[in-house]
Design a protein around this ligand. Structure first.
Ligand code: SF4
Length: 347
């Protein structure tokens, strides 16, 4: 058994085990995990510094998950855009493959809360073959995202199998891997895995850090291994109330990521998913945070603020307004400090 598999095998999944480490109300935890399972691996658990800190809130069940009952199980209508099992085809030229239904931990804010850790529905061989056939048949698909759950919970052999088959399809130009393991289980990034990525590169790797407390010696080592193998790493963070809804927290996170060769790519406004409403942050507040970043840190450290519109409307950027007005080609801007500037556009 590899080290990462050993860490996963010892994950905390019930209130008894958790109560041996923290003083908790077991009954409350049991009520929540009856609906939304708990899984906290020992590496990630070790990042908790105190109760209710940003790590705790991301992984320890909270009564609010079952109290409110508002929101949709699948607000993005992923099921509707799934023509065959395990494949989502929402945008014309890209598809998402749901290769695994398990993760290195169950994040309490997860958009796929309806699936992750609940019913294990890993794709069977016949489903995988159908998925490859689908991609091959649809020549407009140039970008395939290997996602889940977390695809890196699959074995190296299975990952190589996906990459090998996708690389055989000529019109697939971009292969992306969506995995949170770089943050929640960096031990999963092994030299062998990186060798596979190098063999089938270029690989774009989207990971998911939400707080600077998640940046550790281990995650830095793992990011270096990936980057040295030619993997291009981006981060898709989610703006979460009580975790990172603070401009300094975001700045520290994004600057920290850049220092480990991870480019902040998206900052999501949380989706309207049932069981996650207590994490939601308003668009007005999110825009305020963006204003606190733009002009105050390197442009490289600033992700796109994104709202994934309900009913399959798609990922849409949310931008602070810098153009105050314009008449013809004469524009009036307010810069990041709020000062007014005039700008004459070209004819
Ligand atoms: S790693 Fe991603 S898919 Fe898995 S539970 Fe966390 S947010 Fe959801």
């Amino acid at each position: 058994m590899e080290k990462w598999q050993e860490i996963i095998s010892k994950s905390i999944t019930d209130s008894n085990a958790l109560s041996k480490i923290f003083k908790i109300d077991k009954k409350k935890i049991d009520k929540v995990i009856g609906k939304y399972p708990m899984k906290i691996n020992l590496y990630y658990l070790g990042l908790i510094k105190k109760r209710n800190d940003p790590i705790w809130r991301q992984c320890v069940p909270d009564e609010q998950e079952i109290r409110l009952g508002i929101g949709k199980k699948d607000p993005l209508l992923e099921e509707k855009y799934s023509p065959i099992k395990g494949l989502i085809h929402r945008y014309r030229n890209r598809v998402l493959l749901l290769t695994s239904n398990v993760c290195a931990g169950n994040c309490r804010f997860c958009t796929r809360k309806r699936k992750v850790g609940i019913e294990y529905a890993a794709l069977q061989e016949r489903d995988r073959i159908r998925a490859f056939r689908y991609v091959k048949k649809h020549r407009g698909i140039r970008d395939v995202i290997i996602s889940g759950g977390d695809p890196l919970l699959l074995s190296d052999e299975k990952i190589e199998y996906y990459l090998e088959n996708l690389r055989r399809i000529k019109h697939v130009q971009i292969i992306r891997i969506d995995s949170r393991t770089l943050c929640t289980l960096p031990q999963r990034i092994t030299p062998n895995l990186c060798w596979i990525f190098k063999k089938y590169g270029p690989i774009y790797f989207n990971t998911h850090f939400n707080h600077v407390q998640e940046i550790t010696k281990e995650s830095r080592r793992a990011a270096s291994l990936l980057a040295d193998s030619g993997v291009v790493i981006g981060n898709q963070a989610v703006l979460l109330r009580g975790i990172n809804d603070d401009v300094d927290a975001l700045k520290q996170l994004f600057e920290g990521l850049l220092s480990m060769r991870i480019r902040p790519y998206y900052l999501y406004i949380p989706d309207a998913v049932q069981g996650t409403y207590h994490f939601r942050v308003s668009i007005a507040k999110a825009l305020k945070f963006m204003r606190g970043l733009i002009g105050y840190t390197s442009g490289l450290a600033i992700p796109h603020l994104i709202v994934d519109l309900k009913h399959g409307g798609g990922k849409t950027p949310v931008l602070p307004k810098y153009i105050v007005r314009h008449e013809g080609r004469r524009y009036v801007f307010r810069n990041f400090e709020g000062k007014k500037f005039y700008y004459a556009d070209i004819y």
